[in-house]
Design a protein. Sequence first.
Length: 164
Amino acid sequence: MTAPSVSPVIAGWFSTGEEPHLLASRCTRCSNVVFPPVAGGAGTDTGNAAGNAGAFFCSNPACDGTEHESVELSRRGTVWSYTDAQYQPPPPYVPRGETYEPFALAAVELPEGIVVLGQVADGYGVADLRVGAQVELVVETLNVDETGERTIYRWKPVAEEGEA
């Protein structure tokens, strides 16, 4: 019997392991960084059938670059904004259990200068967040089915000095 597989919900968006990182693309001409990574431009096939990163122009309007390289983003960032999802999102969203449980979302500014939106780690909510607070990237289970476990990146608040 084969053990169920563990895989990211969206391949190529983040690494797993002890110190996970978001995976982004950087334009080789102007160094503009984008997340999620451009298809085929971050070392993985994320939907571009041709696998040709050259087909994707830099998102910087002042640059005509077409080549991108894969970069790992910083694991820690600063809460830029946050909210909670008190309503159940429409399909294809699948609730974890029989009933919907609200969850928090955080927009996190990374040292690379971009803001990345993501769910807040299990066990944390809007009461645990504040603008300017530090968070770090973690990988958690989103769901498990007969084919295996699907993981997702989330933001976990970092305890500041003097906090319990």
